[in-house]
Structure formats: C-alpha cells, structure tokens
Design a protein around this ligand. Structure first.
Ligand SMILES: NC(=O)c1ccc[n+]([C@@H]2O[C@H](COP(=O)([O-])OP(=O)(O)OC[C@H]3O[C@@H](n4cnc5c(N)ncnc54)[C@H](OP(=O)(O)O)[C@@H]3O)[C@@H](O)[C@H]2O)c1
Length: 275
C-alpha cells in the first residue's frame, strides 16, 4: 500500500491527511479504537474536551509502541472555556498525559457570546508558550474567520467543518484555501447514514474500484484536498477506512459526486449555535 499522505499547514507543521475521530466513543471504545488505529497505521487522532474521552486516548498513547513524536493529536477547547483557554488546555494535557498537543482547535465560534476573538488571543499565547504546536478553529464561517484575522493578525491553520457528500461546503472550502487555511471534514461519512453509502454513484465506484462505499467517500475527501477523520469503534471498519491509499478517483468521478450536494446539515448551524 502507498504511504499515507501528509498535509503541510501554513505554520510549517505537517499532519496526516487521514485520522481517527472518536466523538461519542466511550472510554473503553476510544482506547481500543485508538490502539487498533495505531496498529493498522493511523498516526492522527481527533478528540475534544467535550468528548470526555481524552483520558482514554492518553491511556492508549501510554500503551502503544508507536512513539509519541510519530502521532498527531488534536484536541479542542470547549465553548464554556473560551475565556479560560490556559486552564482548559492544562486539564486536557493532564488527561492526555502529554506535554503538548499537535493541534488545538476552538470548538465553535458561538457568535452571540462574543468571546471568540479574546479566546483566539489566549490560544495564540498558548502556542507562543509552546504548549500547543498548531492552532485552528472548527465551525467558523468566512465572516467569523475574517473578523478573527482582522482583530489578531493570526490566521488559523485549520477550519474543521461539517463536510460530506450531502454537505460539500464548496464556497467555504474555497475561501479557506484562498487564505491558506486547511479545511478538515467532520462527520465525513455523514455519520454512516443519510443514505450516502446507497447513492448509485458511490455504489458504482465501489464496484469499479473493488472498494466499499465508505472507502469511496473517504477517497473523495482525500482527492478533494481535505483532511478527513472518520470515526469508528469497530476494528474491521477502522482497518477498512485506512485501506484507501492504493487508488484515486478520477476528475469526472469527483464531479459526479459533487452532484450529491444537498446543503443538508446533520449538526448545528455555526451562525446560530451558541451552546
Ligand atoms: N469539530 C466539531 O464540531 C465536530 C463535530 C462532529 C464530529 N467531529 C469529529 O469528526 C469525527 C467524525 O465524525 P462523526 O463521528 O460525527 O461521524 P462519521 O465519521 O461521519 O461517521 C461515524 C459513523 O459511521 C460508522 N462507520 C464508520 N466507518 C464505517 C464504515 N466503513 N462502514 C459503515 N459505517 C461506518 C461509525 O460506526 P461504528 O463506530 O459503530 O463503527 C459511526 O456510526 C468525530 O468522531 C469527531 O472526532 C467534530
């Protein structure tokens, strides 16, 4: 199998383009999933304070034979802690049993709270202190991003947003790219539902490449230049989702998948979510 691809971020750091998501995984499931993923070759895990499984990921990192410096760990600053980023990061690092994380993301802008610029300033300070290697955001639209950059002069390296074949976010992806912000897809498999796997074009490509529908969807993210973090706690699926580096989709096939976009969100709208 070909080597897994890495993406160079605007601050010079690199990250594996494919990672394991662990939202809604219990402690046991998250620990076992992380160990399985590291065994099959994943080197990137995406967790968050609000997932309540950072300690389980920390346990897996202690247990694995894979050296720490080969693993890219993302965690996220929860909304209630926007104005106490340092304290929140300390808590996350303690749970993860780490000195630093590779990527720290602000989880939501929560525009009505009006705190995201101040929160970003705190995250910038944490990066300057070396407590986190890279800093980015999740769920920011281009107005939020523009405001953040205008106020601080520091551009996030990543914008992690809901993105799957039914919600392709092409305008925001293009805006991010124009500002050298890497787009990362959350719920990349549309949470395994929404009929994505049953779409005729996905089924047709699965047959053509002798792959599963999930592998076709993951390949679509990779070939679209997105960082992608499919979640699974099922060992066979963790393996399946990583076996995607030995084929590529052709341009017309990407265009056909583009027609599946329905602009349909599974999660909250960042414009109005202030939770
Ligand atoms: N920043 C944010 O606001 C935000 C929001 C949501 C998610 N995220 C991140 O994005 C990650 C991924 O998103 P997600 O967890 O919402 O959904 P997802 O990755 O789109 O889908 C996960 C679901 O698909 C199933 N699945 C996985 N691989 C499969 C396969 N090969 N065939 C069939 N079904 C498969 C999983 O089942 P099993 O686990 O039972 O195998 C699970 O039910 C999260 O875990 C989290 O790290 C971030």
């Amino acid at each position: 199998m070909a080597d897994q691809p890495y993406i160079k971020l605007r601050d010079g750091n690199s990250m594996p383009q494919l990672g394991l998501g662990v939202w809604q995984a219990s402690d046991d499931d998250a620990r076992n999933a992380a160990l399985k993923a590291l065994e099959v070759g994943y080197r990137h895990i995406d967790t968050a304070a609000i997932y309540k499984n950072e300690a389980a990921i920390g346990a897996a990192l202690q247990e694995t034979a894979v050296p720490r410096d080969e693993i890219f760990i993302t965690t996220k600053l929860w909304n209630d802690d926007q104005l106490q980023a340092e304290k929140a990061l300390e808590t996350s690092l303690n749970k993860l049993q780490l000195e630093t994380v590779d990527l720290y993301l602000m989880h939501w802008p929560c525009p009505e709270k009006g705190n995201y610029v101040e929160s970003w300033k705190q995250m910038i300070a944490l990066q300057q202190q070396g407590r986190v290697k890279s800093i980015g955001v999740c769920n920011f639209n281009n107005d939020h991003l523009k405001h953040l950059i205008d106020e601080t002069g520091v551009t996030p390296v990543i914008n992690q947003i809901e993105l799957h074949p039914m919600l392709q976010q092409r305008e925001l992806h293009a805006w991010n790219a124009m500002h050298h912000i890497q787009t990362e897809s959350w719920s990349p498999l549309a949470q395994g539902g929404e009929g994505v796997f049953d779409q005729p074009i996905i089924r047709h490509l699965a047959k053509k490449y002798d792959k599963t529908p999930a592998q076709i969807v993951i390949r679509w993210h990779l070939d679209s230049g997105l960082v992608v973090i499919p979640k699974s706690v099922t060992p066979s699926r963790i393996e399946e989702n990583f076996a995607v580096f030995d084929f590529r989709l052709e341009k017309p096939e990407l265009s056909e998948i583009a027609t599946l976009d329905k602009g349909h969100r599974l999660g909250p709208d960042p414009k109005t979510f202030n939770g």
